[in-house]
Ligand binder design. Structure first.
Ligand code: 3H9
Length: 717
């Protein structure tokens, strides 16, 4: 059994300490331990009360997520919670640290809750496609009121101790939470007071009855922030039951039914796959766990544009001083003022206090001189994609920055080995591909060069965690992971346009599938002209899929930046409006290239674009460019707007069944004659044995596929 509960009696108080490192989830051993310890405390006449706490940095991080979907052994959580809530001795939860999901639900079954001042609480089950199924949907609204409880459950937010006190979730805050809790429960046991149970607190439920406003607001919030997800609606139904059903146990029963529906839903499996996938991605199979991690005390950024500024904010937000260098004073001033404006915006929105802004913005410094980054432990170059320019910068950095410091490039597609080759420290050179806006997007693609050392990689993965990024390692291969897949996907979207579908139809079909933004809206956002100019410079004939984009550029339709692209845009607005004038262009280019435009179903649109992603992903995996299928899913969800509730393209393929994937690929290969749909060898081999996309077979490095001249994916639109 996993985990245990330590039992000791101190001063006539039973102290129960959950011990299941590192974050004390409620695994079978913990549940059994809690049940047995509570029984022991009840049977010991010398025990006056019970204090429940956790070992280490967590109180309890929730139910054991790895148990979902399998057979649950030992005492059930419900049995533990019943025992706790009806314990014959008063119980206080001494919330020493993280109390999430089932962890907060455990505390809500206690008579009292005292939190350490650094602790935080939350019900983040929604992020796993679940709802708080241990009574959280019934008890939290009774303490915090249905509106605040719904907000907490629908966002999954972590609430710090002070705010939890204001919301009525905890009764007090302490700097010595265990000892004070022992004193506290002794006094309570001595008094004649009745020990409160959250289940009996009905006033906030009765108050909310007959008024739909709270539930309607919650529905609006869910449909805006959690489009396509199943669990939010279930959470709202649970709270509706809490409000309207007098009998608490009946409400619990409803919660149990709705929880089971979430548990059985494919979204639950997909979202838990991503929870573990993000954690697995930070582990590099051939880098030993004990590899030294360098201490990063100061960071440098080269380039004060959108990317450089966003990356600087990531460091400052993590409390790491950061110095920005630009060669142009005006650019630098503008870049730093954009950073300040971003922080001011956060202050205006109430996300940051003015003092916090001063503290965090105070960590950002800037100058024009490379000497000023000489004492940095890491310097990240974030200038535009030009290999010669990057060579110059890395030569300078190598000369100026102290020995042993990491030199990283934010390139989205240039050859890291070539960049490393101009330095005398190739083992300290690595790619750190942030996504725009870097201070918001979670993905960090870490590009491993031929000579990048284990220590450099381990340090970058640790920094990724400090910056709260989902860091994924890619080999140094063209397009890395994400942009290589995006290339195949947008090419197919363009082929569909050439064959007869219209941009808004393609976008709508893929947005209904769950993507944040359809491919044509995205291409308009990035700009069609970059690829067009690159193709013109190359002197080669454009590939079929680029021909319509090229023609639009010839008409000065570059996308949002020129107010017109695949869509039209009103001045100052990013909202796409139909562009019927483009239809003549589509007709002309289609017919010039031998296509008779036809009606194309939404189903074909979605299948062809998503299959292109899957097939390319399987190649990336078979070449060892990504370590595992889940890494590709983490990249696509956090960097490219793939819906988390589908678990990423690789999980989606596994869920469809690989034999089905192959059948569909073959079908579209026949319809289109396009080899993009020739099933990847890896898919074919796995499907033969009923296998699934999982680990990469070997560490590989194939550079010829797209060629490193593909400096940026934008060049391919
Ligand atoms: C629930 O409670 C349902 C109930 O309502 C009712 C049911 C009836 N279980 O993230 P880290 C592992 S649903 C199992 O790197 P951090 C994690 O995989 C649950 N394992 O640390 C990792 O393992 P490894 C609701 C868990 O400091 C290690 O612990 N609760 C669990 O960056 C360290 O994790 C949640 O959703 C778990 N519950 O962040 C909270 N939690 O070392 C989920 C963690 O092998 N957890 N592990 O890779 C988190 O959000 C973060 O882990 C936490 C710590 C904030 C706690």
């Amino acid at each position: 059994m996993k985990g245990t509960v330590l039992y000791e009696v101190k001063d006539n108080v039973a102290l129960l300490t959950v011990d299941n490192p590192p974050v004390n989830p409620l695994s079978d051993g913990v549940r059994t331990g809690l049940y047995e310890s509570l029984t022991k405390a009840e049977e010991d006449d010398s025990v006056l009360g019970v204090v429940l706490t956790g070992n280490g940095r967590a109180f309890i991080a929730g139910a054991d997520i790895s148990e979902f979907g399998g057979n649950v052994e030992g005492v059930s959580l419900n049995e533990v919670f019943q025992k706790l809530e009806h314990c014959s001795k008063p119980v206080v939860a001494a919330i020493n640290g993280i109390a999430l999901g089932g962890g907060l639900e455990t505390a809500l079954c206690c008579n009292y809750r005292i939190a350490d001042k650094s602790a935080f609480v939350g019900l983040p089950e929604v992020n796993l496609g679940l709802l708080p199924g241990g009574g959280g949907t019934q008890r939290l609204p009774r303490l915090a009121g249905p509106s605040k409880a719904l907000k907490m459950m629908l966002t999954g937010a972590h609430v710090p101790a002070k705010k939890a006190l204001d919301m009525g979730i905890v009764d007090g805050i302490s700097e010595d939470v265990v000892n004070e809790s022992i004193e506290f429960i002794k006094n309570k046991a001595d008094s004649n007071e009745e020990h409160p149970k959250v289940r009996d607190l009905n006033s906030k439920m009765i108050e909310a009855r007959g008024d739909d406003k709270v539930l309607l607001e919650a529905q609006a919030m869910a449909s805006k922030g959690r489009k396509g997800q199943f669990a939010p609606g279930q959470i709202i139904k649970c709270v509706e039951a809490a409000i309207n059903i007098d009998d608490f146990d009946e409400g619990l029963k409803k919660e149990g039914e709705y929880f089971l529906e979430c548990l059985m839903h494919p979204q639950r499996e997909a979202m838990i796959h991503i929870f573990f996938g993000e954690r697995a991605a930070s582990k590099i199979s051939d880098v030993p766990k004990e590899t030294n991690v360098m201490d990063i005390k100061k960071a440098g950024i080269i380039g004060s544009g959108t990317m450089g500024g966003g990356i600087a904010m990531c460091f400052a937000n993590a409390g790491i001083p950061v110095h920005i260098i630009d060669q142009d004073e005006e650019n630098l001033k503008r870049g730093v003022s954009v950073i300040e404006k971003n922080y001011d915006f956060m202050v205006n929105k109430g996300r940051l206090s003015p003092e916090q802004k001063d503290a965090v913005f105070g960590l950002v410094s800037s100058s024009l001189d490379y000497k000023d980054v000489s004492d940095c432990d890491i310097v990240i170059e974030a200038v535009y994609e030009n290999l010669e320019l990057k060579h110059e910068i890395f030569k300078s950095l190598d000369a100026h920055v102290k020995e042993g410091a990491i030199l990283a490039s934010n390139t989205s597609g240039l050859d890291i080995d070539s960049i490393a080759s101009v330095t005398n420290r190739p083992e300290l050179v690595v790619g750190t591909h942030f996504f725009s806006p870097a201070n918001i997007m979670r993905l960090l693609e870490v590009v491993r060069g031929e000579q990048t050392s284990d220590e450099t990689l381990a340090t970058i993965m640790a920094i990724g965690k400090r910056l709260k990024k989902a860091a994924v390692v890619s080999l140094n291969a063209p397009g890395f992971i994400g942009n290589r897949m995006l290339f195949g996907y947008t090419a197919q979207a363009n082929m569909l346009l050439l064959e007869g579908a219209l941009p808004h139809q393609i976008d709508q079909a893929l947005e209904s599938f769950g993507l944040n933004m359809g491919p044509f809206r995205m291409m308009d956002l990035v700009g069609l002209d970059l690829g067009w100019r690159a193709r013109k410079l190359s002197g080669k004939e454009s590939p079929l899929h680029a021909k319509i984009g090229d023609e639009l550029c010839e008409q000065d339709r570059y996308g949002q930046k020129s107010g017109a692209g695949y869509y039209n845009y009103s001045e100052g607005s990013r909202a796409p409006n139909p562009a019927p004038e483009n239809e003549a262009v589509y007709e002309k280019i289609s017919s010039e290239n031998g296509f008779t435009r036809r009606d194309i179903s939404d189903e074909e649109i979605v299948e062809r674009c998503i299959l292109a992603l899957i097939n390319e992903g399987a190649d990336i995996l078979s070449e060892g460019v990504a370590q595992r299928a889940a890494d590709i899913d983490v990249v696509y969800i956090n960097g490219y707007g793939f819906p988390i509730w589908r678990g990423g393209p690789m999980h989606h393929a596994n869920a469809m069944g690989l034999d089905k994937v192959i059948e569909k690929l073959e079908k579209y290969r026949e319809i289109t004659g396009n080899d993009v749909y020739k099933p990847s060898e890896m898919l074919v081999n796995l499907a033969k044995d009923g296998g699934k996309l999982g680990e990469a077979p070997q560490k590989g490095d194939r550079k010829e596929k797209l060629g490193f001249e593909m400096s940026s994916v934008a060049n391919n639109f």
